[in-house]
Design a protein around this ligand. Structure first.
Ligand code: NCD
Length: 291
């Protein structure tokens, strides 16, 4: 099976991934290696930059005993004009056991999956989907609150360009949370809230990066203006519920989306835990697609 969107996962599969991730998180902390994927080969094919997603997929594969091969796309035949389809056909003939891919174009992982004989996992496509991010965020929230159902989640920032917002909104709502989107008027869909409105009473405040590389025209904000008007300051966070936690999928622009002190507050910030669940959830996803 492929994992292109969480939409195709059953409720039971989602529950399984979240439960396995709790166990894998402890295993990864203690460096325990499992070997269900010994002899399997994982290909990473990332057409867009990545730190967390790429490294956590690789770590996850190694912890399960698999071998990982990452194509350095910048130095590959992609730069000689090879199409996505031809690259996929070529890689398919090498018989990997799973292919993990990220691409700037919406739908590219699905096109690759249509060619590959092995399972394909979407590690983020354009502004469309980022299913493993949504799963790791759900696992992180659940580990803190012991539930997702009934929680109020505010997702704030550049919503229109965010595959993270898109995938999270769907998955968290499916798991029973109420999701409110907020951000600058130019960066949110119709019907969204202001940042202040979205944060009001929220249990979880998830801030997103302004994806300046995807903007058609510059925001034109003066230095410090974004944080003051739309970012997470202590003053704004005071509107959230008293025990509210703060999340960010990364990469974070300190002092723009969020005051640095909030990001580093061990009582409120789940940002480091998100990274840990990134490995654990991807272990669970690799196991699921290869089962
Ligand atoms: C995000 C992405 O690439 O979709 N990062 C991530 O995977 N953790 C968000 C972003 O680039 O801002």
């Amino acid at each position: 099976m492929d994992l292109i969107s969480t939409d195709t996962l059953t409720d039971a599969q989602i529950a399984d991934i979240l439960d396995s991730a709790d166990r894998f998180l402890e295993d990864n902390r203690s460096g325990r290696v499992h070997d269900p994927l010994t002899g399997r080969i994982v290909f990473n094919l990332f057409y867009e930059n990545s730190t967390r997603t790429l490294m956590s997929f690789s770590t996850a594969a190694h912890r399960l005993g698999a071998s990982v091969i990452t194509l350095p796309v910048e130095h590959s035949s992609v730069k000689k004009g090879e199409t996505i389809e031809d690259t996929a056909r070529t890689l398919n003939e090498m018989r990997p056991d799973v292919l993990v891919t990220r691409h700037g174009e919406n739908g590219a992982p699905a096109r690759i999956a249509a060619i590959m004989d092995c399972p394909v996992i979407n590690a983020g496509d354009g502004t469309n989907e980022h299913p493993t991010q949504a799963l790791l965020d759900a696992a992180t929230i659940r580990s803190r609150f012991r539930r997702i159902e009934g929680l109020k989640v505010a997702i704030c920032g550049d919503i229109v360009h965010s595959r993270v917002a898109h995938s999270n909104t769907k998955l968290l709502a499916r798991l029973g949370a109420t999701v409110r989107l907020g951000g600058p008027e130019k960066l949110v869909p119709e019907g969204a809230f202001t940042v202040d409105e979205a944060i009001e009473g929220a249990d979880v405040v998830m801030m997103l990066r302004v994806q300046r590389e995807r903007l058609e025209e510059e925001l034109g904000d003066a230095p410090g203006e974004y944080l003051r008007r739309y970012g997470l300051t202590a003053e704004r966070l005071a509107r959230a519920s008293p025990g509210a936690v703060v999340m960010h999928p990364g990469p974070m622009n300190r002092g723009i989306e969020m005051e640095s002190a909030i990001a580093d507050d061990p009582k409120r910030s789940l940002i480091a835990l998100q990274v840990e669940y990134g490995v654990a959830v991807r272990m669970a996803c690799l196991e699921l697609v290869l089962a």
